[in-house]
Design a protein around this ligand. Sequence first.
Ligand code: FAD
Length: 439
Amino acid sequence: MAKFVLIGSGLAGGVLAAYLGRRGYEVDLYERRADPREGNIVGGRSINLAISTRGIHALEQLGIADEALRNAIPMRGRMIHDKSGALHFAPYDVDPKKCINSIGRAALNTTVIEAAQRHSNVHVHFNHKCTNVDIDSAVARLETANGVLTAQGDAVIGVDGAFSAVRKLMQSEIAGFQYDESYLAHGYKELTIPPAPDGTWRMEKNALHIWPRKSFMMIALPNPDGSFTCTLFWEFEGPRSFATTKTDHDVRNFFEEEFPDAVPLMPSLVDDFRSNPTGSLVTIRCAPWFYHDKVCLVGDAAHAVVPFYGQGMNAAFEDCVVLDECFEKFPENRERAFAEYFHRRKENADALANLAIENFIEMRDKTASKTFRAKKKLDHALEAALPGTYLPLYTMVTFTRMPYTRAAKRAQIQDGLVYAGLFLIAAILVAAVLWLLAT
Ligand SMILES: Cc1cc2nc3c(=O)[nH]c(=O)nc-3n(C[C@H](O)[C@H](O)[C@H](O)COP(=O)(O)OP(=O)(O)OC[C@H]3O[C@@H](n4cnc5c(N)ncnc54)[C@H](O)[C@@H]3O)c2cc1C
């Protein structure tokens, strides 16, 4: 059986190791960080995430969905917070059973690593940082506290996230390797709403909370311990921005002005703001994602997207499902398996990158508008009237496994038809009024 060297045991690394282990391959998984079971592994990444149909399907195939979702909190819709403190709830789907789930990153990471380790042919090595890969011989160079070692496989798979060392090596070694990275002008900072004294949630538990403020926003996802993790997405630079908010007074002023209903719930706001890092938001597109039968990229290493559709991890898990299907189809030809995986995923990853950026504008700006809420209601009415025929974009992306490209195209066609229909109805009404006035 072939041997795989996997670099990175983040969310997708553990899932992929479990899939490869199940197929009987030898797997050595190297992670630069310490074992998540020994303490804090989050290291600046989001503390909780939204997992939905695509991610859950990948876990179901491994038989670990129930275990992973045991402590997840279903979020049935968006709870919009006006500046006045008024709340508007917008369900995600006409079917109240369709929800996204807030899940802890650390717990999920542990679950997927343990699923991989149940296969005796999977070996996980923490505190091993990959610093080089010989892409022709599939040899990875790894730094540890005790020195440097090498790991030889039949193939190396980079599951090492948005700033992938494996991808950097491919970029420098493969002629014509295409690479594009683009950063948003916004960064993000995580803050906390602690539980109430009785351990319960201080806001609606089963919702994703949004404070849309046109050019920026804050969101909050519930945690099982009664707390919420808030994330402020705000401009790095500008008259009102992370750069100009320097003193505790500045922080408090900004929050009291923009998120007055949240401030009384955030006793450690100023300390959190000062001590938590400000993260950047990057979209990465590259091609190809493989080199012969020797190297391949999976997850954020191949296609990091901004987090506004809550799909980065879901798409990374879907990569693992597709790569596994390709190994099933071409058991004797790894290069064909890698090539088919790349061809099936690349255009979908590109489509998701665009959808994710568009959804930032929807979340931070449009969710506050009455027109947007009316459009959502119309979407749900059409979905209920034409079940299986009319599917809102959010539903297709989040609650189906339809390829992202197809979902985006279908939504465009549907929107065109709806707007044409509305225009026609308006034209008929105007004609009828004119006819009545004339007679
Ligand atoms: C603020 C924020 C919110 C998000 N919310 C959501 C959400 O709600 N839903 C969703 O689906 N997605 C969300 N995402 C996206 C999601 O976090 C990523 O898509 C997902 O983590 C990708 O998994 P991965 O395994 O490819 O990469 P990662 O999870 O980044 O894992 C990469 C791993 O590789 C290791 N590594 C890196 N370099 C090396 C090296 N040189 N040697 C060895 N190991 C290495 C890292 O330590 C890490 O453990 C969010 C992202 C952000 C930033």
